[in-house]
Design a protein around this ligand. Structure first.
Ligand code: PLP
Length: 387
């Protein structure tokens, strides 16, 4: 069999081809979603009043072991808020991987800051900390205790790391690097609910982190996101900033700064509460699915199934295979043939510096991301799959 046949046969091996076609990632509503949403409608508590938002936040915090969580309208709004909480100001430079969803960079621009793209490594597909360390050593200098990019003269304020497809990056090393350079560490854990780095839930080893509950994520609220932090004051500030910076003075609503209407509505949180009750089940199905894929692809020369890094327990949100460099030209045929056999597959995101609005942003040598991106294929990963 040639690689294309082997690739499709491996998918067929894991998924029951009679049950197809299989989407890449579909939401599952098999729990109390209907009851909780109906409850919102019955009580007419659909928007900012009602108990589901509090409940959802409390359960997220309990899961992640943080002192709290702040639910937002989506993950991008959570990222925008997190950057503001980290003190990001107009003109700052923010380091982030080129291999991520566009929302990560967009949030930087919403703050008037400039994305600065860094390279990824092959194990987690996340930020390559050794390469970044060497790079920062070469391009930065200190000025009045501020870290400055000598090439642009701008202040480097923060690093955003992304747990790509749910696989945690090497947090300990990254945390140490950020300490050394005095920059804030933000985790874009949008894809990583239920993933753990050495026993710590994703989003808990940084200054501030975000989750997303968009329709394609492991758990959905329709649209939604959340901010996590170990810092209670920061969480309080997040709550205020996402609630139009509202305070009550002498019984009157008052706003002392420009805030945002970023709070998650109750009806979305109701969906989220029901979904969270099923998270463990989703995680175990996804783990079994990943194991089945790993077995099916092991004998196939020419593709590598992406496994969790050995320091992590991944949620296996979106499964991926990486085509061998020698077969890289075959990616589009593999995707097409899998699709015609009823298995929806997708190439990874275009690298951000290849998008028109980010083409002129500062960036380091991105050879690993450039080498990886054209070889990544995401394969069907819904929590309903498995023969
Ligand atoms: C989904 C996602 C976001 C944005 O979340 P939304 O809820 O869609 O706004 C940000 N970053 C990454 C890596 C994502 O996967």
């Amino acid at each position: 069999m040639d690689l294309v046949e082997q690739f499709v046969a491996s998918l067929r091996n894991v998924l029951d081809s009679d049950q197809g076609p299989y989407g890449l990632h579909e939401p599952v509503f098999r729990g109390r979603e209907w009851g909780y949403v109906k409850d919102c409608l019955d009580r007419r508590w659909v928007s900012s009043v009602g108990g589901y938002v509090d409940q959802f936040e409390d359960r997220l915090a309990a899961l992640a072991k943080t002192p709290g969580a702040v639910a937002t309208v989506n993950g991008t709004a959570a990222l925008h808020t997190s950057l503001l909480l980290a003190g990001v100001s107009p003109g700052d430079e923010i380091l982030l991987p080129a291999l991520t969803f566009v929302g990560t960079a967009n949030a930087v621009v919403y703050c008037g800051a400039v994305p600065h793209f860094v390279d990824s490594e092959e194990v987690s597909l996340g930020v390559d900390v050794d390469k970044l360390s060497e790079y920062l050593c070469n391009i930065t200098e200190w000025e009045n205790k501020k870290l400055i990019n000598r090439l642009t003269g701008r202040r480097i304020r923060a690093l955003i790391v992304v747990h790509v497809f749910g696989h945690p990056v090497a947090m300990q090393e990254i945390h140490a690097l950020c300490q050394e350079y005095g920059i804030k560490l933000i985790e874009d854990a949008a894809q990583a609910l239920g993933s753990y780095y050495k026993g710590h839930h994703a989003g808990t080893l940084s200054d501030v982190a975000v989750l997303s509950f968009n329709g394609n994520k492991i758990l959905t609220t329709g649209g939604g996101g959340a901010i996590l932090s170990q810092d209670t004051l920061l969480l309080e500030r997040a709550r205020k900033l996402t609630t139009t910076a509202r305070t009550i003075i002498d019984g009157e609503f008052c706003h002392e700064e420009v805030g945002y209407n970023y709070r998650m509505p109750n009806i979305n949180a109701a969906l989220g509460c029901a979904q969270l009750e099923q998270l463990n089940e989703y995680l175990s199905v996804k783990r079994r699915l990943a194991e089945a894929y790993a077995d099916a692809f092991r004998p196939v020369d020419g593709v590598r199934f992406l496994l969790e890094p050995d320091y992590a327990k991944s949620n296996y949100w979106l499964n991926a295979v990486i085509v061998a460099t020698s077969h890289r030209a075959m990616r589009s045929v593999l995707v097409q043939e899998a699709e015609s056999a009823g298995f929806q597959c997708r190439p990874a995101w275009r690298l951000l510096h290849r998008l028109p609005m980010y083409a002129d942003c500062p960036r380091m040598d991105l050879s690993c991301a450039e080498e990886l991106q054209p070889r990544i294929i995401n394969i069907p990963s819904s929590a309903t799959l498995l023969k």
